[in-house]
Design a protein around this ligand. Structure first.
Ligand SMILES: Cc1cc2nc3c(=O)[nH]c(=O)nc-3n(C[C@H](O)[C@H](O)[C@H](O)COP(=O)(O)O)c2cc1C
Length: 440
């Protein structure tokens, strides 16, 4: 069989365009109504997507006046979706910086049981300074320390997920033996950041552990992804940088002793689809007119760790010197590199930069026909830039519906996308090996 493309649906607000929440084609439901998420995940399942995904921030973002900077807590949402879908994978973000490993191991193991093996964990170290103030008030940890902590966190959670042997649970009503205590062992972890006795208080989960997803693209982020991630989300604005990222990550995965196909690279793609290019352009302009550049300026400042851009006129062409050096940014470092590369290449005005970021926050956007979208996807997939895509519809559910009705059949016709689910678990959809139990 031909190598297959993998598709994840990134569910965000009423779509990924900054102004989607106001657009007439967006869902009429409240963002706090679970039916909105049920409908989207059921549509994605009918479209045979591998998975859906929720990002998460641990603070109310400070420009709530201009758009929804908030949402339901994603693990709670996944619990509801686990019982209203049947096959699609379900991925949530959770932070290694602001969660205790025991809590996280327990929640994800529970979700994997509830969904019968469909859970993935997007491992983040949390870059937002606002989040830091909700957890002890000591301020944002440095980029390096967040990743050091994440390493130890991984040791602990993996130990907890493996603290029950596969055969530890008997549930034998006849003999009266519920479990074999000799097949459940403590962890006794004593490290720089965590002291965790273990064992976990529930049995090994259907996938052994959740599928590991990662989305940090800095040098530390890539190193971490190479060791752990089975799917990697990334923001790329050009095919060439996507190819460089792909080649670099795959070589790091191999150097870490892992199979090259055991870490899927899924760049973000936000397709605005219409029956003609002119109509797609018209829709793009309509959305652009609904976006507020001053709100965009505030978000840009957040990306650069609070850097003040208020002095920059909207219509002045930008210079790289207008921005702080990304290596000094303790927040979302790799995204700041993406933004600066765009400034160097395109020399946009601030207004143009903000309009581009309003599209999908620095992910690739494309306004065109279904054929143009499919052609781009196939080109990136065949030319060393992607194993599939993190699909980020600009308006939900309208642009998801068009993608499923018009683009997926084109991919299927070329033999690059499934026509039915074959496996039952997220691991199976992604073609990943089962992790061997470390219990022995
Ligand atoms: C598709 C995608 C989704 C992300 N979701 C989250 C998220 O939910 N929460 C978060 O704190 N960071 C999120 N990030 C940010 C990354 O985890 C990472 O912090 C950021 O890309 C900066 O990477 P770096 O720290 O390696 O430079 C996401 C990134 C991407 C590309």
């Amino acid at each position: 069989m031909k190598r297959q493309m993998h598709l994840n649906l990134f569910i965000h607000s009423r779509g990924h365009h900054e102004a989607s929440w106001r657009h007439p084609a967006a869902s009429p439901l409240s963002l706090f109504d679970i039916r909105y998420y049920q409908e989207l995940s059921q549509k994605a399942e009918a479209g045979l997507f591998d998975s859906i995904f929720f990002a998460d921030q641990l603070a109310l973002q400070d420009d709530i006046a201009h758009g929804p900077r908030t949402g339901l807590e994603p693990l709670t949402v996944l619990s509801a979706l686990a019982v209203s879908t049947h096959r699609i994978g379900l991925i949530s973000t959770a932070s290694t910086t602001y969660t205790e490993p025991f809590n996280l191991a327990r929640q994800f193991a529970s979700l994997d049981h509830i969904s019968r093996g469909r859970i993935g964990w997007n491992i983040v170290t949390s870059w937002s300074a606002l989040s830091a103030h909700n957890y002890g008030g000591t301020g944002l940890l440095s980029h390096a320390e967040r990743y050091a902590r994440a390493e130890e966190f991984m040791t602990v959670v993996q130990g907890l997920w493996d603290s029950w042997a596969d055969d530890a649970l008997l549930d034998d009503r006849v003999s009266g033996r519920y479990a074999k205590p000799e097949r459940i062992r403590p962890l006794n972890h004593e490290g720089a950041y965590y002291q965790v006795a273990g064992p976990l208080n529930l049995p090994r989960c259907p996938q052994g552990r959740p599928v590991f997803v990662q989305a940090g693209s800095s040098d530390q982020g890539r190193g971490f992804a190479a060791r752990y991630a089975e799917a990697i989300f990334t923001a790329q604005l050009e095919k060439r940088t996507a190819q460089d990222f792909y080649a670099d990550l795959k070589s790091r995965v191999v150097a870490a002793g892992r199979g090259v196909d055991q870490a899927l690279i899924l760049p973000g793609l936000s397709p605005l689809i219409a029956s003609s290019e002119a109509e797609a352009q018209r829709l793009s302009e309509e959305l652009g007119e609904l976006a507020n550049p001053e709100a965009g300026r505030q978000r840009l400042s957040g990306r650069f760790g609070g850097y003040d851009f208020s002095y920059l006129p909207l219509d002045k062409p930008l210079e790289p010197e207008d921005f702080p050096d990304p290596s000094t940014v303790e927040a979302a470092r790799s995204r700041t590199e993406v933004i600066l590369a765009f400034v160097r290449r395109e020399k946009p005005t601030l207004r143009q930069l903000l309009a581009m970021l309003a599209g999908a926050r620095g992910h690739y956007t494309l306004a065109g026909t279904p054929e143009q979208v499919a052609d781009l996807m196939v080109d990136w997939f065949n030319d060393g830039a992607a194993d599939g895509f993190n699909v980020m519809p600009p308006v939900l559910p309208a642009m998801l519906e068009v993608f499923i009705a018009e683009v997926i059949p084109l991919l299927q016709r070329r033999g690059l996308f499934r026509t039915a689910y074959e496996g039952e678990t997220l691991r199976a959809h992604y073609g990943l090996a089962e992790p061997a139990s470390q219990f022995g």
